[in-house]
Design a protein around this ligand. Structure first.
Ligand code: CP3
Length: 352
């Protein structure tokens, strides 16, 4: 793909590349979701899987926050768990995700399909094409997938988990089968994301939402090698790569060594410290999503604190430290995006 002239390039993509921006770019993880009236109305008629698998509906869900708020990027409506179906597992949302017959012992790996996921998930590619057409260059569109560890945790636990006991036991007691599982996830995810990029995704985010459940040593030994292979396979796509993790600040340098140019952090670390520990990286984050439920002055003060710590840094993308909560008042989302643009003007010198 030809790159657009700099004047037309979005501030989100420029910040990913650590280039100067006219204002700090902002988008929110889970910006298309249940806090929005249009999405809730859609959900009274369709299940989340129906929305994700019907390109027109997925496109509509993707665009609702872009129409309402001054956001600098759209993220395609899908779910990190969709590739599990392509791998042969049965998935439902009740509303929490549930995986039938999870992977509990090494012999269960035999049940996993090894066909490339790009084809069976073609509906995501079609949604991306539709959304790109509708966005018409207004803001870039982000594609995404789950990280190997976070996906493996759902495949093993069978749903959300607090302690990840089964996942940790699998990793420690069956290192060979664990490596095999990680490699299979990497293969499927690569084919899925190549398809997303070919369909028009202009950046890719990898969600490692539960990486913070691990000790630094378990992360380095059991997760980092496969995650590095994933990112090295994505490099050739020529789009910015974002690696988001929650609870990963105890091993932030290892996390960042996986290979993404943009590191997404949660609120458990000051963003100024994250910038200091991540030389050469762009940083995305990191407002506690609970603050979007706080009184306006409290929200504003917290947002300004982040902007101040990141001011003068190249490669800052304002986001939350995790997904928007369903109870969030949409007007607070509107106000927050406007404050980021208003107060997050960066000098063209931008250090860091
Ligand atoms: O960001 C966006 O707006 C794009 C859409 C998106 C969804 N899921 C739609 C969704 C994205 C990027 C995701 C990622 C995702 N899915 C993650 C990583 C981000 C994170 O929050 O950590 C994870 C862990 C999942 C798995 C998942 N999907 C869970 C645990 C749940 C249930 C919990 C919940 O939030 O309700 C889902 C369901 C889901 N995926 C919803 C949406 C809008 C809400 C369900 C509904 O509409 O009923």
């Amino acid at each position: 793909m030809k790159s657009p002239p700099p004047s037309l390039e979005s501030r989100f993509l420029r910040a990913c590349a650590r280039r100067d921006v006219d204002a700090v770019p902002v988008w929110f993880m889970r910006q298309a979701g249940r806090y929005l009236p249009g999405y809730r109305a859609l959900r009274t008629r369709h299940s989340i899987l129906d929305i994700a698998k019907t390109p027109e509906l997925a496109c509509e869900a993707t665009l609702e926050p872009i129409r309402k708020f001054a956001l600098d990027a759209a993220i395609i409506f899908a779910d990190i768990l969709l590739p599990l179906e392509a791998m042969g597992l049965r998935l439902s949302f009740v509303p929490a995700p549930r995986i039938e017959r999870p992977i509990r012992r090494p012999s269960d790996l035999k049940r996993l399909a090894s066909r490339p996921a790009g084809e069976s998930l073609a509906f995501v590619g079609e949604a991306i094409r539709l959304a790109r057409r509708e966005l018409d260059g207004k803001v870039p569109l982000i594609g995404f997938a789950g990280a190997p560890f976070t996906l493996a945790s759902y495949m093993i636990e069978g749903g959300p988990s607090r302690d990840f006991l089964l996942t940790k036991a699998f990793l420690r007691e069956n290192p060979g089968a664990w490596t095999n599982l990680m490699e299979r996830i990497v293969r499927v995810t690569l084919s899925y994301l190549r398809m997303q990029a070919a369909s028009g995704a202009q950046a890719i985010q990898i969600f490692d939402s539960w990486a913070g459940a691990l000790s630094p040593e378990d992360y380095r030994a059991g997760v980092l090698p496969a995650t590095k292979r994933l990112f090295s396979g994505l490099k050739g796509l020529g789009v910015p790569l974002i690696y988001f993790g929650s609870g990963a600040s105890g091993f932030l340098e290892d996390f960042a060594s996986a290979g993404a140019g943009v590191i997404g952090i949660d609120w458990r670390i000051d963003i100024g410290e994250a910038f200091r520990r991540l030389p050469g990286k762009a940083v995305q984050g990191n407002l506690d999503p609970a603050l979007l439920l706080a009184p306006r002055p409290v929200l504003k003060k917290a947002a300004l604190r982040i902007l101040r710590q990141a001011s003068g840094r190249r490669g800052f993308i304002f986001n939350l430290g995790h997904g928007i909560l369903p109870q969030t008042p949409p007007d607070n989302v509107r106000a927050l995006a406007e404050w980021v643009h208003q107060y997050g003007r960066q000098g063209s010198g931008g250090g860091g």
